[in-house]
Design a protein around this ligand. Structure first.
Ligand code: SAH
Length: 366
């Protein structure tokens, strides 16, 4: 008889853990007790959980586990960024990046092994797609980073912000991403506020609507072009959910409050970075509570694009700024270790055989 696989407790949010303990005939408060150990103190060994009886510890050892990835590589950038390659139980690897700044520490988390979206300027796309991450594999990236950065329960948090901007399209792995984000928000999990978690999407419109109902964290949208013709070329998902529909959904997402959607705009020399594009972008975003994040393109082998010059980026920035749109230019961090936006690749077997294609394939999200 094959033994039943042990339940990975990282796959369960608080409600799930309560159900797990109730099924064992235990009181639901065991869930928060366990969460304090695992997420608060970074303890993964049941035997070290001193307020859990020896009997229950033994049952947990038999039935459950805290499944963590292995560190396959750990690189530090000159600017203080860190990038880890984590090897998962099935042999696939994913990347996670930590970006320290004066007033915050941001962890960039992956949601899928690879990506199906095939954006023309992204190196993750080149790698193809293998599978969705389990929610436990998503939250384990925080657990591992906190441990490797020496975060302690009694001191200030090293990881103060999370961006779902690593490998993959988070809204195409909706349930697992939302479950993991619930643990990030939970007081007995990582206790982060909604403002401090940002989910970035290429624009999966129906899922943005659902997210508003389920877990309305800060939203970032990869826009990259001010019109449908160009956007469809750069972000093929645009053929399914064009700009107008996407922006209407963004407006609904933030509602009447003070929140804004961040629009990411990668600066590609001669492609989307002229004065005309900037003015078109201003028009396109009229009436949308928006912030713009200009991202200098990060090159990777065999790309046909180049980064816009600093002068061009500055001029583009000025046009948006003068039109009254809050704009920042994202500093390129970690590029000496290929940890910058669009450079995360991981190591995995491409089930979509993307690498066999020389041209971007049609988008086929589920
Ligand atoms: N799939 C999600 C999450 C990825 S986030 C999304 O599309 O938003 C990563 C961000 O980096 C996105 O805005 C993406 O468009 C951008 N990006 C991808 N490749 C890049 C590159 N080579 N240079 C700069 N930014 C890039």
């Amino acid at each position: 008889m094959t033994p039943t696989p042990r339940q990975n407790l990282l796959d369960l949010d608080r409600v799930g853990l309560e159900a797990f303990f109730t099924a064992l005939g235990e009181k639901p408060f065991r869930a928060t007790q366990l969460m304090k150990w695992v997420y608060g103190h970074g303890v993964a060994d049941f035997a070290a959980m001193t307020n859990i009886s020896k009997g229950l510890q033994a049952r947990l050892q038999e039935l459950a586990e805290i499944r963590l990835p292995e560190v396959a590589a750990d690189q530090a950038s000159d600017d203080g960024s860190r990038k880890w390659l984590f090897r998962l139980a099935d042999g696939n690897s994913i990347e996670t990046v930590f970006i320290p700044e004066a007033d915050r520490g941001t962890l960039c988390v992956s949601s899928q092994v690879g990506c199906m979206l095939n954006c023309s300027f992204c190196s993750t796309a080149r790698q193809g797609f293998n599978r969705n991450l389990e929610s436990g594999e998503i939250i384990a990236q925080l657990w591992m980073a906190a441990r490797l950065l020496g975060q302690r329960a009694d001191s200030e948090r090293v990881i103060s912000n999370v961006v779902m901007m690593g490998m993959g399209e988070p809204l195409l792995n909706y349930d697992n991403v939302v479950r993991a984000m619930r643990l990030m928000l939970d007081d007995f999990g990582y206790g982060l506020s909604k403002r401090r978690i940002t989910l970035s999407t290429a624009g999966v419109v129906p899922m943005i609507r659902r997210l508003r109902e389920d877990c309305d964290v800060s939203l970032a949208v990869s826009l990259h072009a001010p019109n449908d013709a160009l956007r469809s070329e750069l972000v093929p998902l645009n053929r399914k959910y064009p700009i107008r529909e996407l922006l209407d959904t963004c407006r609904e997402y933030v509602g009447e409050g003070r929140r804004r959607v961040t629009f990411e705009y990668v600066m590609l020399a001669g492609v989307n970075d002229t004065d005309r594009h900037a003015r078109e972008l201003v028009e396109c975003l009229a009436g949308v509570p928006a912030k713009i994040n200009l991202i200098p393109f990060n090159p990777f082998p065999q790309t046909c694009y180049t980064r816009s010059s600093n002068n061009r980026i500055h001029r583009f920035f000025e046009i948006l700024n003068q039109a009254g749109i809050v704009t920042i230019t994202r500093r390129t961090r970690g590029d000496d270790i290929d940890a910058a936006c669009g450079q995360l690749a991981g190591e995995f077997h491409d089930r979509t055989r993307r690498r066999a294609h020389s041209r971007p394939a049609e988008v086929t999200p589920p």
